[in-house]
Design a protein around this ligand. Structure first.
Ligand code: AGP
Length: 619
């Protein structure tokens, strides 16, 4: 995925470059293979672009300053078509004299055939990107029609795939045109200036008034107006809303990395996600769901669709919701869902989980579920993003903006929202098999404080990470709700510290993975609460003994007061006691802190790990 910014300011203004670069800095988490800008200046169109992080573009601009301008667009890229080179960086140019500049997020799936036709007409290309095809097409239409909105409209219906496009033209100062299909674009409404962005972070330093665009819409902004039309050319409306967080929430605020800041914000992420969702007597109220109580009572199967960390939160949800509601719950990786002929009908609730709300695999799974007649509910952290809009209902998490590529606070908020959903369904159906929903809610409300307690105890984990900077491989074991946490611990370590790591269900150990254990092999074990049902605790303690006997270095995450683990642990990391089902909110925190500090000890940038982007808007 890529980050996109557009700006138009007042007649006498000249701050376009500053606004665009500031927006790109806030969007760099979306992709950082290359960056570029285009400004409409008194001397015509000027562009500058560079491979690598935004710093490289800034250095190029310092050596070759651009003219003053009030109209600009900027792009930060996560490469899909064509490697991360200066030439493939956006903007791309088109039209007579290359007077149009265009930037793009997404993939134009039919670009080969479009390019072939253009090449046959003698059009020359200078990059390997799909984007340049759109630049050439919109440029050519502008030359015919003399109007940027009309030119965009003439092209969008020829394109297949997912795209957000922004364009400016040398002959249209004070105008930026954007178009979106299956890819995000929001409008920022200022006073005498307007903005476009992949998300509100692009302009949050300037305005909190935003406009959500619908699917297949084109927006035209000038300094004091905006207009929206559909891809059919008919006038359309955006949906205005106020952003509830400010620029400081999207900045590091004294931390050296976003990931560290976001880990520390977790008590708030959980607390804010619980806010306003219970009556004084503890009864849950989720009116916002927009699905009737009767429809929810009728649900006989739940399928979660999600990717990566979000899918691990769904795995936690499976244990909790099945236990509390006795409804069968299945978790499907969103990219596999469509291809396994899912068994889904109008009594199935398909719950998507996504921080960004724009992961393409998850979006496509939601669309497929709708086609099959399922009820769709989105657990999402990003207001106005595509997945909640495509779903029948939404339960927003309130983790605030998550910038670091590795998801931390959104994960805790997703688990919290899934607990809310499970307890709400149990309440609605009068189900008490897994305990009284009101009592469980009372305990859930204590969790933000307990998460804070875990954070306050992390000194030893930081020391361990520093000491283990040369480690080549780490294993993670867990059972029941500890199993998804083992998977998440391993994912964190892989993605930011580039260390081979694997998570296993501890019971699976003797079915193969135990062969990996050799003297000194570090293994994290997530131990369930001692009172867990089915002797789970005892079984995990036995697993620790089995690996310890074979020389493993056992790094044990256990509840306060659990002394059974002590004889077999090289390290014990304590978390406050809580009931077994809620423990993931606590046990994952040391694993996040460990991965972060191991990455820092290796001199890596945890916020922008290699080859990754914050959300994956391609299939
Ligand atoms: C998490 O650390 C990852 N970077 C990644 O697995 C992420 O959770 C996944 O891509 C899903 O993203 P989403 O929540 O925005 O849909």
């Amino acid at each position: 995925m890529c980050g996109i910014v557009g700006y138009v300011g007042p007649q006498m203004g000249s701050k376009a470059l500053g606004v665009v670069l500031e927006g790109l800095a806030r969007l760099e988490y979306r992709g950082y293979d290359s960056a570029g800008v285009a400004l409409v200046t008194a001397d015509g169109l000027q562009t500058e672009k560079r491979a690598g992080k935004l710093e490289n573009l800034r250095s190029a601009l310092d050596s070759h300053p651009m003219e003053e301008s009030r109209t600009g667009i900027g792009h930060t890229r996560w490469a899909t078509h064509g490697g991360p080179t200066d030439g493939n960086a956006h903007p791309h140019r088109g039209g007579e004299g290359d007077r149009l500049a265009l930037i793009h997020n997404g993939i134009i799936e039919n670009f080969h055939s479009l390019k072939k036709a253009l090449l046959a007409e003698g059009v020359e290309f200078v990059s390997e990107t799909d984007t340049e095809v759109a630049a050439k097409l919109v440029g050519r239409e502008y030359d015919k029609l003399g109007d940027l909105t009309a030119a965009m409209l003439a092209v969008v219906n020829q394109l297949q795939g997912a795209f957000t496009l922004l364009a400016v033209h040398a002959d249209s100062p004070g105008v930026v045109v954007g178009a979106r299909r299956n890819s995000p674009l929001v409008v920022g409404l200022g006073d005498g200036e307007n903005f476009l962005g992949s998300d509100v972070a692009a302009f949050i330093g300037h305005t909190r008034h935003a406009l959500e665009l619908g699917q297949d819409q084109i927006v035209t902004i000038t300094p004091d107006s905006y207009s929206v039309i559909g891809f059919d050319g008919a006038p359309a409306q955006g949906k205005a809303y106020e952003v509830t967080w400010d620029a400081s929430a999207a900045e590091k605020g004294g931390y050296s990395t976003f990931m560290e800041k976001e880990i520390d914000e977790q008590p708030h992420a959980v607390g804010d996600t619980l806010l306003g969702r219970t009556k004084d007597d503890g009864e849950l109220v989720l009116d916002e769901l927009r699905i009737s109580e009767d429809q929810l009572r009728n649900v006989d199967r739940i399928t979660f669709v999600a990717c990566g960390t979000a899918a691990y939160s769904a795995l936690v949800a499976k244990y909790a919701i099945e236990h509390w509601t006795r409804i069968p719950v299945e978790v499907s990786l969103a990219h596999e869902f469509r291809y396994c002929d899912p068994i889904v009908d109008e009594r199935t609730l398909v719950v998507s989980v996504s921080q960004s709300g724009e992961t393409m695999d998850t979006l496509m799974a939601v669309k497929h579920a709708k086609e099959l007649g399922a009820l769709t509910l989105s657990i999402c952290n990003t207001h106005g993003s595509t997945i909640p809009r495509e779903s029948d209902a939404v339960l927003y998490t309130h983790a605030g903006p998550e910038v670091a590529v590795a998801s931390t606070k959104a994960f805790l908020a997703q688990i919290t929202a899934a607990y809310l959903l499970g307890l709400y369904l149990a309440q609605l159906r009068g189900e008490t098999f897994g305990g009284d929903p009101k009592e469980l809610m009372t305990e859930l409300r204590e969790m933000p404080e307990k998460v804070q307690e875990v954070l306050d105890r992390m000194d030893r984990v930081v020391e361990m990470a520093n000491f283990m900077a040369d480690t080549r491989s780490v294993l993670f074991l867990g059972r029941h709700v500890g199993f998804p946490i083992a998977l998440e611990g391993a994912l964190k370590l892989k993605e930011i510290a580039y260390i081979h790591a694997e998570g296993f269900a501890a019971g699976e150990l003797k079915h193969g993975p135990i062969a990996l254990i050799e003297p000194g092999q570090p293994v994290f074990i997530i131990v369930p609460a001692p009172e867990s049902p089915h002797d789970l605790h005892k079984k995990v303690v036995s697993n620790i003994q089995e690996i310890r006997a074979r020389g493993a270095r056992t790094l044990v995450i256990a509840h306060d007061g659990d002394e059974d683990v002590v004889p077999f642990a090289n390290e014990v990391i304590r978390v406050p006691h809580c009931s077994p089902m809620l423990a993931p909110l606590l046990t994952v925190v040391p694993l996040q802190v460990f991965a972060l500090h191991l990455a820092l000890a290796k001199g890596l940038d945890p916020d922008q790990p290699r080859n990754l982007a914050k959300s994956v808007t391609v299939e």
